[in-house]
Every structure is written in structure tokens, then in C-alpha cells.
Design a protein. Sequence first.
Length: 256
Amino acid sequence: MKDGIVYECKLSSNLIDKEKDSFVKVFNEVFNLDYNRDWFNWKYMDNIYGDSYIVLAYDGDKVVGIRSFWRNDMDGFLSYQPCDTAVVKEYRGRGIFSKMSLIALEKTKEAFIYNFPNENSLPGYLKLGWKINKYCYLKPVFTKGKLKKESKYIDDDYLIWKFGKSPINKYHYCQKDGESYLLYGRGKNIYYVLGRFNSKYNFYFTEVDSPILFNYTTEETIVYKIFKNKTTIVSFERENQDMKNIDIPIFKGDFF
């Protein structure tokens, strides 16, 4: 490239150790984290769906930008979720993020692409042609009687891989009427309900008593009206691709 930045896109299984380490190094540097190869291997090499696409941006031999399209299938459809994106500080503002995104989109033309951008990155997604799929709002759970109806079931294989074996997050659960519900802790005994799961896998998680629960809904809630916080889900649909019937559950979000 004329600006000196060279891009390389590979399937995760084709990465050599040096490339994996460079990916983790840039991610840690940008987000001030201390992840290691175990995190990368869990998320990408042990992925139950298969390969993800990894884009590396080079300035000479130095990796200065990373972008992944993480394999995270939806309702049996080949699907990817962009995540783990970082550009080293002194290289920002040079279009590296957009270029990496376009390269990965070209590689995944036959797939369904979705994401959960924050309010800062949402304008960039919309500028690149993404569409709003839906909004999700938090609501307090005053009675557990409706939890089963309002919570999507998490398949066993996905539950074990994504949540049970996560090297970076610990999850909890509570039970109601013989159903187990996966919980994401927010502190001070506050938990978000991610979904329900087979109780035989309770041992992967820590049970909590009398938690303060919040669930997600697609209808505006009093919590949103007060705090103006919501989760935005976007999708990138191509010509002749009709994915309107795909329901993206909140537990598919990379941030959980």
C-alpha cells in the first residue's frame, strides 16, 4: 500500500505462533490487558464452529492493527461476528480499521455478519453499510415466573465452550422451577440473565442465592428511559441475502 501498511488475512488455523503472539500483543497494548495464548486458543483454535478470519496490518515487520471476524454461527447459518479489533495509537486515523473490515467482509461474502457495536463505533458501521438489526434493553426481573419464556436456550456445546471453559470470565447461575439460568455478574449482587441451559452443566458455574436480576428485551424499558443505555445489534446483509428471520440472542455478544 502507498502508505506503507500491508494487510494479510488468514484463517485462524493457518496462523503461525508468531502471528498469534503479535495479535495478542497488540490487543493487550491497546486495551491495557494481560491476555495470553490460552485466550487466543480458546476463542479461535478451539472454536466449536471452525475457523475465524484474522486480519493483520503490518508496517514493515511490525503488526500495528488487528481485526477478527470471529466464527459464531447463528441458527445453523455460517456466521461471523467482528471483534477483537485494535490499532496501535500512533497509526490511528489512517483508515486501517476500515481497510481491515473491508478485507474481512470480502472473505465472508457467503456468511451472515452481525455485531454489537458501542455508541462510539456505531456510526462507523453504518457508514460502511451495516443496518440496525434490533435494540435490546435491560429490565429488572421482579418475578422469576416469566424467565423461561423470556430466556433463550443455550445449546450444550456452545455453553461449555464459550462460557464453561472461558479463561477470562467467570459465570454464575440461579435456578427456578428446575431450570438453570446463566448469569453475568455486574457487582453488588447484580446479574444479567444471558439464557437458560441444561442443569447437568451447573458444575461449570457458581450458584448465587437471591440475586438481583436484569433481563434483556426488545421493548423500551424504564431503565432505558432513565439511564439511556441500550445494546445495539447490527447486521451486514448483502444482495440476495435474506436473514430477517434470524434472531440474534444476547448471549452471542462477544463482550459477555
